[in-house]
Design a protein around this ligand. Structure first.
Ligand SMILES: [Zn+2]
Length: 332
């Protein structure tokens, strides 16, 4: 395994606008990757035998083996040299390149809590033209995912197996879902949702996966950086940043491949269900009900089965990665 020193002095560290950045040249050398740069385009590609990472100056997006991932901070170019923030290098690239590197305990994977978003008096997103709502589609997908994961040998618990709201308040309902995962000592929490946008954006479609925003970074949809308070506070779920990245990437990769859907990327937010879960946790938006053609697909049982199987495949890959890392850490 390649050594990755976290000692800043050895990685070409600079400060830009108060954020600690590392030289990409030196980082690539540590991962045994080649750097190919297109100065005219302000783009940069890191390459190894198995991995290609496409980066762009002043962008918070990258392509990791063709899958869209969002960073917390933009990549910067300074006098022809490129830099990535230390947090993005540690929490977004390292977990994918060297899973288990720099973490003291590797989780296991036995119990999985699957959460069907919304329910009861909260229908979630709706497409009234097609008479379809999120709570029903999410529950059906959750039941399918439960069967897929049980066939793989996992213990699976649903947060709800009926059309119900889990608390008197919205916040209580969301907190309850994470609490179920904590009470069941879940090793993984998967929250299932479908998306929608307003009438002016009916063309928007595709899949996105959310993981909890790391401490002292800003969420993907927060360019004005309003969540200053959330950024400063260490949340329970942040202990799992490393593994959140691994499962988030695997799910996004499998879903866009299996479904042929638009890749909206692995994003970061401080959703309540992600904040309160004590195990690695993701929230999946499997498509847009506001887009009639995507909604018609989602309404087909066969398409929802495809979604469940793609997530199941990703969980299996994640299980293999975790098992490999446990072996390297001498954990049984
Ligand atoms: Zn939802």
């Amino acid at each position: 395994m390649l050594p990755l020193s976290t000692k800043a002095a050895s990685v070409g560290q600079i400060q830009l606008a108060g954020i600690e950045y590392w030289s990409i040249d030196q980082l690539a050398a540590r991962f045994g990757m080649k750097v190919i740069s297109e100065k005219s385009e302000r783009t940069l590609t890191l390459k190894s035998a198995w991995t290609t990472i496409d980066l762009e100056a002043d962008s918070r997006e990258c392509l990791y083996n063709g899958v869209r991932l969002f960073f917390g901070d933009a990549v910067r170019e300074l006098k022809g040299s490129y830099y990535i923030s230390r947090l993005d290098a540690e929490k977004r690239l390292t977990p994918l390149l060297l899973p288990g590197k720099g973490v003291s305990v590797v989780p296991q994977l036995r119990t999985i809590v699957v959460d069907a978003g919304h329910g009861g008096r909260d229908p979630g997103k709706e497409n009234k033209r097609l008479k379809v709502n999120e709570k029903e589609m999410a529950l059906d997908t959750a039941r399918r995912l439960k069967r897929v994961l049980e066939l793989q040998g996992y213990r699976v618990i649903l947060t709800r197996d009926a059309d119900q709201h889990l608390d008197k308040t919205k916040v209580g309902d969301l907190r309850r879902r994470a609490e179920i995962a904590n009470e069941e000592k879940a090793d993984l929490f998967i929250s299932l949702h479908y998306n929608a946008v307003g009438a002016r954006a009916q063309k928007v479609s595709g899949v996105e996966v959310y993981t909890l925003t790391p401490q002292s970074q800003f969420s993907t949809a927060d360019p004005q950086q309003k969540d200053q308070k959330g950024a400063a506070v260490m949340l329970i779920g942040n202990a799992n940043d490393h593994w959140n990245t691994v499962i988030g990437y695997q799910v996004q990769r499998r879903m866009i491949k299996a479904m042929g859907a638009t890749d909206r990327g692995v994003k970061h937010a401080r959703w309540a269900v992600l904040r309160f879960a004590e195990c690695p946790a993701i929230l999946i938006e499997s498509g847009f009900l506001s887009n009639d053609s995507e909604a018609r697909k989602i309404m087909q049982p066969g398409y929802r089965q495809k979604i469940a199987e793609a997530i199941g495949d990703a969980v299996q890959t994640y299980g293999n990665i975790v098992a490999g890392a446990r072996k390297r850490h001498n954990q049984p």
